[in-house]
Design a protein around this ligand. Structure first.
Ligand code: PEP
Length: 247
């Protein structure tokens, strides 16, 4: 989208140990051009990754946060803790969180607000399941998820939307270019109704089986302002290939 700086965001999911820090260092030494590059990591790696990449432009994020600042929530991590570790962004409402942990739209909205409170950019994920697509409900699902998961105070500076069709995540399947264009235009319209002028500046990422070989085509679709990348973000060569494909 004209005037919007593209964002390529990686998501390592539950992958990576100290042995992976070399791969991150290699990524951080790549050339990003005008692209903003981010890798969201397991919490155990965040501070070590920040140390390993030094003053490189690569940004480091978390994959989820609790909505509270602190307290009796064993195993959870607050947005403040992620910021303290050196994160600048956090993914909220990834479909794997929505499925594995029963996260609701309202819960995701609360996490986005927690991210802002800690000074982090929230990457709010939405997307339809295969059954919803087959039932012709894709756009209705996106409208419902935007209304429920995106707080109406969201700003382009602190919020990114990631459209991830659930059936395209980790499957090697991608929607057609026309389907991506239709979904992203719909998301832009819905954000406009919710947020007014901020919507025109907000990044809308596509996620789901993005790799170097399909990135050019996907990243050139109107209203696609970058990508959220799972599997292909684990290797520097693939991730840098996707960054290089940004128009
Ligand atoms: C994701 O986890 O957000 C994702 C898009 O995964 P993949 O790229 O592996 O499909």
């Amino acid at each position: 989208t004209p005037g919007i700086r593209p964002l390529i965001a990686g998501n390592w999911k539950m992958n990576g140990t100290a042995a992976s820090l070399g791969e991150l260092k290699a990524m951080s030494e790549g050339s990003f051009g005008q692209v903003e590059a981010l890798v969201c990591l397991p919490a155990t790696l965040i501070s070590r990754a920040v140390d390993a990449i030094g003053d490189a432009a690569l940004r480091i994020g978390g994959e989820d946060c609790h909505n509270a600042v602190s307290g009796a929530h064993t195993g959870d991590i607050s947005a403040e803790m992620l910021a303290d570790a050196g994160a600048t962004h956090v993914i909220v409402g990834h479909s794997e969180r929505r499925t594995d942990h029963g996260e609701s739209d309202a819960g995701v909205a609360a996490k986005a607000e927690a991210a802002w409170r800690a000074g982090l950019v929230a990457i709010i994920c939405i997307g339809e399941t295969k059954a919803e697509r087959q039932a012709g409900e894709t756009l209705a699902v996106l409208s419902r998820q935007i209304a429920g998961s995106v707080p109406k105070e969201a700003l382009a500076a602190n919020t990114v939307i990631a459209y991830e069709p659930v059936w395209a995540i980790g499957t090697g399947l991608t929607p057609t270019i026309d389907d991506v264009a239709e979904a992203h235009a719909h998301i832009r319209r819905e954000l406009g109704l919710l947020l007014g002028g901020e919507a025109g500046k907000m990044r809308i990422l596509y996620g789901g089986s993005v790799k170097p070989s399909n990135a050019t085509e996907l990243l050139n679709v109107e209203h696609v302002d970058g990508a959220l990348v799972g599997g292909a973000s684990l290797k520097a060569v693939d991730f840098l290939g996707i960054i290089a494909a940004c128009p």
